[in-house]
Ligand binder design. Structure first.
Ligand SMILES: [Zn+2]
Length: 311
């Protein structure tokens, strides 16, 4: 019963039961929920039946004719026991005691018909929510909800290596500690960029708009061309979160490793170079091959690397 109650509370789009007067834990007379059979038999189900648009006396005049064997004290006691936030709930339907049906996302969810798989997907959906940083990303790059979801799935699609996936997760959640952030919390003497030492080190600056990073991405585009014979023009969005407009697992993987490389350069206080990145990508290639062999995912790697030639 508890499970059922939680499920209904979490997923139902219409919570009419909150407004049912009887046996409602929110509506207590002398500390206990109540059930008045004579009221129930006279079609009093919902708080809206208690006529909160009228005062006690006026409303009692109206209902006195409908309900037998009641008095003013019982009536006003019941009215007083309804918390304010429930008083304005207007529900017209008659409660059904026979069909356990509820509306989820404004569609009928017949609890008798549904299979455990459908319950499961609801329960999972509650756990798999976008993190709070998602709305910031959405504003910054004007993403649709669908693109946001893709964004968080992308690292899982392009690499087998947990460390690489985790890095992008940190980036998307804005929990990489740039000097700008460290300065704010008193952990750094200044907020200046590690590379150029001229601008505040925000993530966008460090990874994209810094002159050193710009130069690096220019070389990256040439390196990509030499490996694939394909020209690319990276935008800020490509650099920070990846390419969503088309499927290009290897390019997205390279972009991801390049972000990690820039972050390493920051930590080691050196300027990024394309040769440094090439060395990094070779190490990552070895690591991924190892994971691929252990987890029997070599086919994934073969397809991913198929169109790239190291020069
Ligand atoms: Zn800079």
């Amino acid at each position: 019963m508890q499970w059922w109650s939680d499920f209904r509370e979490d997923f139902a789009s219409n919570k009419d039961w909150n407004s049912i007067i009887w046996n409602n834990k929110e509506i207590r007379v002398n500390g206990s929920p109540v059930f008045y059979k004579n009221y129930f038999d006279s079609d009093f189900f919902y708080v809206s039946d208690l006529l909160f648009n009228l005062n006690n006396t006026e409303s009692f005049d109206v209902i006195g004719k409908k309900i037998r064997k009641t008095n003013f004290l019982v009536w006003t006691g019941l009215r007083y026991s309804v918390p304010n936030y429930l008083r304005n709930n207007i529900i017209i339907a008659t409660p059904s005691t026979t069909s356990p049906i509820l509306a989820i996302d404004n569609q009928v969810f017949d609890v008798m018909e549904k299979k455990s798989k459908q319950y499961y997907s609801f329960l999972i959906s509650k756990k798999a929510q976008l993190p709070s940083a998602a709305s910031k990303l959405q504003k910054e790059f004007n993403f649709s909800l669908d693109q946001l979801k893709q964004l968080f799935i992308l690292p899982h699609k392009v690499t087998l290596e947990p460390y690489v996936r985790a890095f992008q997760y940190k980036l998307l959640n804005s929990i990489l500690y740039t000097n700008s952030k460290l300065y704010k919390i008193g952990y750094s003497q200044h907020d200046l960029c590690t590379f150029c030492k001229s601008y505040p080190e925000k993530l966008n600056h460090l990874l994209y708009s810094c002159s050193y990073s710009k130069a690096f991405w220019g070389d990256f585009e040439l390196f990509w061309f030499s490996g694939t014979q394909k020209t690319i023009n990276l935008t800020q969005q490509d650099v920070i979160v990846g390419v969503l407009s088309r499927s290009c697992p290897l390019l997205n993987y390279f972009l991801l490793v390049a972000r990690i490389y820039l972050w390493d350069c920051r930590r080691n206080q050196i300027h990024p170079t394309i040769n440094g990145f090439k060395a990094k990508i070779l190490i990552k290639y070895e690591t991924e091959n190892y994971i691929g062999r252990v987890n029997k995912k070599m086919e994934f790697l073969r397809v991913k690397w198929a169109n790239f030639q190291f020069s």
